[in-house]
Write a protein that binds this ligand. Sequence first.
Ligand code: NAD
Length: 494
Amino acid sequence: MTEKTSIEARAPEGLPDVIRHYIDGELVDSIDGDTFDVLDPVTNQPYIQAASGKAADIDRAVAAAKAAFEGGEWSQALPRARSRVLHRIADIMETRGDQLAAMECFDTGLPIAQARGQAARAAENFRFFADLIVAQHDDAFKVPGRQANYVNRKPIGVAGLITPWNTPFMLESWKLAPAIATGNSVVLKPAEFTPLSASLWPEIFEDAGLPKGVFNMVHGFGEEGFAGDPLVKHPDVPLISFTGESRTGQIIFANAAPHLKGLSMELGGKSPAVVFADADLDTAIDATIFGVFSLNGERCTAGSRILVQREVYDEFVERYAAQADRVKVGLPNDPTTEVGAIVHPEHYEKVMSYVEIGKSEARLVAGGGRPEEFPEGNFVRPTVFADVKPDARIFQEEIFGPVVAITPFDTDEEALELANNTKYGLAAYIWTNDLKRAHNVAQDVEAGMVWLNSNNVRDLRTPFGGVKASGLGHEGGYRSIDFYTDQQAVHINL
Ligand code: NAD
């Protein structure tokens, strides 16, 4: 370890002594006193302890959330009143953006420049739902002389929010903002790899004036016997919004079934970027480099399979590999870093095992291991495999790291067949200057979201979600409001 890589040199200001649960307006330890180590991804040394929640802690948090909901101070507040609090939350997040980004970067290993962008987006999520909740309108119908009908929109109760470790604060905000805006109370269970940035929520909410008990948070692991599982199974939690792996989604689906809970599932992906020979290659290469190597490749919508038309395939592979070699791997807190440290040694081992699998399945054209300048910590060189066959594991399975598979195709039909040839269906990226082809391929590709000649920019009003093994339901705009509310129809005889 050098002086620059030491925890002391990189630790952000304002680290708490320990990471606690937050229940009914109080920071609390686990009832059984249990804690777990949180690791720094650059050294893999534990840098803090976090409370390890169990069923008893979840019971306590759900009881507080339920009491706050039934008390009505928040659940029955006018949308305008809730909106003001949400705007204050966004204001506070913006003023603390640097601190937030520094904590996120330190805990997750994401490059600081990208963590700043995620912090800004988290604030924007609150502002967006603050605006939406006051613009909300519902249908009313009238059959003259017969009947009138209108809709009562009501918050549902206690929402359980379970989130992953990639861009943790932003993904938490994407659930917290609509759940709270609509008047629900929540119990958040942040990812165990990355609990640090979530420790900022209590103060942000208190300073903004959110009534106590509306937001509760229990840290810890997900499996049975820990915190996530009893939240899913709790009879007083009618809604579960989950983002994470498809396999975990299946377990949660089964555990929620006896209670017929409302479920929103944002799951894994293995998204194709299809590059036709008529595409603007310079732009397509830049964008597909960003699409899989930004956020350390730990991005659900990463374009991790690139399908390239034969006429430009050799040129694309050569230029892509050269550009991947130029992507700067560095310390997460260095503002010039483009790929930082993989979040956790467990996940690092998984990514590295796919790098080895790839070497036996395809042609390695860039990366393929650890950068020489980082003999320890979770650093991976941006890794590119070419000539990847569709039955290869690196073509079919989500790696969730800076590793990409490139495959050639000849015709539009073959491109579509390859694009649709995985169990996932989250995103797709299409690069072509033929307008008709772009829209026709977009129509037939099995993906919840398609980007044409563009990369991951989107309006928060649009649906966000996947098809096939990538998810269930949609979030975004009024779809999130629909998930977190009941729509009661009222019919009146005239
Ligand atoms: P994960 O499924 O391992 O864990 C996600 C969360 O679920 C964690 O908080 C974990 O503690 C909890 N959990 C685990 N088992 C549980 C159980 N039995 N009951 C209740 N909770 C449980 O996922 P991860 O490794 O943290 O995240 C990476 C995955 O998330 C990738 O597959 C990625 O594609 C996906 N993801 C999807 C989106 C999207 O919007 N579609 C966004 C980000 C990440």
